[in-house]
Design a protein around this ligand. Sequence first.
Ligand code: SF4
Length: 455
Amino acid sequence: MIDFEKFSKYSKPGPRYTSYPTAVEFSEKFTYDRYIEKLQSQDESKPLSLYFHLPFCRSACYFCGCNVVYTSKEEKKDRYIDYLTKEMEILSQFIDTKKEVTQLHFGGGTPTFFSDAQLERVIEAIHKMFPNFSNDAEVSCEIDPRFLTKKQMDILKKGGFNRVSFGVQDFEPKVQEAVHRLQSFEETKRAVDIAREAGMKSVNIDLIYGLPYQTFESFKRTLDMTIKLDPDRIAVFNYAHVPWMKKTMRKIDETTLPHPSEKLKILKYTIDFFTSNGYKMIGMDHFAKPDDELFKAIEKGELHRNFQGYTTKGGSHLIGIGLTSIGEGDDYYAQNYKEMNFYEKAIDEGKLPFHRGVELSLDDKIRKAVIMELMSNFKLNIPRIEKEFSIDFKKYFADAIEELQEFVKEGLVYIDDQKIEVSPTGTLLIRNICMPFDAYLKKIPEKKRVFSKTV
Ligand code: SF4
């Protein structure tokens, strides 16, 4: 029996490790010219992975941490597509856009807030610039079930999309009201049915725990409704409350947020619920049916974590296109401008709208490999890291191993010469378990850490 009260002591600010170094370390020290050099010198054999940020939404959901532009003006969206097209043209001066593409993701914002014609135009422009999609490319789109027509789904399908991800978060009306996002079960079911009828290979549902007024009992109801939709994958994210970074989060009454012990109880129940319903857990917040390709990737040690979650298509060169999007190469992260005026100005000047990023040192690469493997597989193959980076692991990470002893004593982590292994209960605290390997975190006093809480 897990003592959730005791575990709530681990609720402290910490990264989600969708990247290492985390975005907090991105800066303008990584210059435009250096970024261009990096783009031009990436491993030629690596395929491309493309992320497009389509930032428009009609109204704000208060929990949302994305970079969003609220508008109802069609001309704003048309103008944005013009700029995306120009950005791709500029990009083609620096990378071979005829290379194989193994992954394309539309994130937002609400991609289906674009009209039929706009959606068609974006997809056509992408295929014109990147004509070489692999047959098994993972092509996915985030969808708000409140804005989806059958026509849009047909356009996505025709454009090669095979995965859709529906934002649900919570079905409880009181929770929905508090986060300013009313969405009935029927609306969501209608959208899921449209996706299935169109023949989408994979339907994903996103949930969030830790939202206002959520309780263990209320989230159980949300899980019961979710399973009725028979999703192929489910992502259950821990709500990241960062009102100092996102203004709309200030509209949430903090006194209504569930206590860390309640959140841990919810998470533990969620894991048991999906596993007893035939799903398997992937990484810290995803579940999938056992025949999902993600599991084959785990067996082969090929599961990767990136800004979109977990993927089998690691080892590709990720290019972020559009406002605020982030790209990732062998040894860098690069982010575009967040502000539309700067984004457009750069493109008008014939430059990529690159704003900032980070170039990875050898130490960053070693720590990234360790953290990403733990986040993905909950275990670490020590000899593999030693061989890849020519280090003596226990010497290199003596301080981290020392810090982990707290978790070892609690039975949450097991360490020997060959491996570090996180216990099933330890997976609830995986962010805390990765934190000792983070060299940057140590330099920031705990009070000054701007991350969301780990629990
Ligand atoms: S959660 Fe989705 S629909 Fe809501 S504001 Fe954020 S991006 Fe828009």
